[in-house]
Write a protein that binds this ligand. Structure first.
Ligand code: ZN
Length: 343
């Protein structure tokens, strides 16, 4: 049998969020389960902190592969670290990895959020790697760690395989990237997709069950039908007609429920600073972008989900220009409601 020899994505450990003691466990659960997903319509700004053009081009194409599916989020390359959300390195001593979804916003600006640990231009596995890591960046986790996979590993064989070359992982790395299953509320869909771009390739002799995968798992290395359907339901293109107009000093009720999102538009009547805030007992996250012809440009986000429940953003706007305000409801207590107002 051919030895398995591919180098695989090695994910960083998830950052454990801490909550104020006043935040109930019930609310924490909801916040954590929705926290990986970006607010839909976010323009995710990425920065290369190093690397040569051919390597960067593979990654740029990777972003385009996702965007071209027709999804609500978009990507923009920036050149200043203070503008960046995603920071990309090419350190070949560090493996390939990316933090997952909005967890990225918690990473200090001095640190990268994604790394490529091998030459992306060597063969087609380079593009597979780029699309896979960007999949993490937009909120997807490893498919083989889905709690719905039903995979039973030959753990001794898995430890032996991945502790050796070319991956050379310690046991803790093998556990967190392969053996451990993810919490059910952090995976898309409710079934396992062995053809997913988020699935590793596994050689023979590592899977005990389901029996058909004893010979290995060989995903094609491109987006699967389920990946495409999954990302489109995760980030649907926001229909113009579902966007609610906001007017100065007039509050509008937020109708979305936990995990859902309401979208608003505001045209500035004069050039000055405006404050957008949610009021009431909902726990919300807010993102504001300037609406442009072909795409929207991210301006500001309030990521205070947790203790400070409401979102509030003050920023200068230009007369006659239109701004999109996207509000994600992280948690909606029973019988409570909230609204948004611009002043
Ligand atoms: Zn990965």
């Amino acid at each position: 049998m051919k030895n398995f020899s591919k180098r695989l994505c090695k994910q960083p450990k998830t950052i454990q969020r801490t909550f104020d003691p006043s935040v109930s466990l019930h609310r924490q659960g909801f916040i954590l389960s929705t926290s990986l997903k970006w607010v839909n319509s976010t323009e995710i700004k990425y920065l290369f902190i190093e690397g040569d053009e051919p390597q960067k081009n593979v990654v740029r194409t990777g972003f385009k592969v996702w965007k071209d599916l027709g999804i609500g989020i978009s990507f923009k390359e920036v050149t200043r670290v203070e503008d960046s959300m995603v920071r990309i390195g090419f350190d070949y001593t560090d493996g390939s990895w990316s933090y997952v979804g909005r967890e990225i916003l918690n990473i200090p600006a001095a640190e990268k959020t994604m790394n490529f640990g091998w030459d992306l231009t060597a063969d087609s596995y380079g593009m597979t790697t780029a699309v896979h890591e960007i999949g993490h960046t937009i909120g997807f986790q490893h498919e083989h760690q889905s709690p719905f996979s039903g995979i039973e590993w030959d753990t001794d064989a898995v430890y032996k395989e991945f502790s050796g070359p070319p991956n050379n992982w310690p046991k803790s790395e093998i556990d967190s990237n392969i053996i451990n299953k993810l919490p059910a509320n952090q995976v898309k869909g409710s079934s396992w997709d062995p053809k997913s771009i988020m699935e590793y390739e596994f050689g023979p002799g590592l899977v005990l069950q389901p029996a058909e995968y004893k010979k290995g798992i060989f995903p094609p290395g491109i987006l699967s039908a389920n990946d495409i359907q999954g990302v489109k339901s995760f980030y649907p293109v926001v229909a113009e007609k579902s966007i609610v107009k906001l007017q100065l000093h007039k509050s509008v009720q937020i109708k979305a429920h936990t995990g859902g999102q309401d979208d608003f538009i505001f045209t500035a009547p004069s050039t000055k600073k405006y404050t957008f805030q949610t009021v009431g007992d909902l726990d919300t996250v807010m993102v504001i972008s300037e609406k442009a012809k072909s795409e929207n440009h991210y301006l500001a986000g309030d990521d205070d989900s947790g203790y400070e429940k409401n979102s509030k953003i003050t920023l200068p706007l230009v007369k006659g220009r239109s701004y999109l305000i996207n509000v994600r409801v992280m948690y909606e207590p029973a019988t409570q409601s909230g609204s948004i107002i611009v002043t």
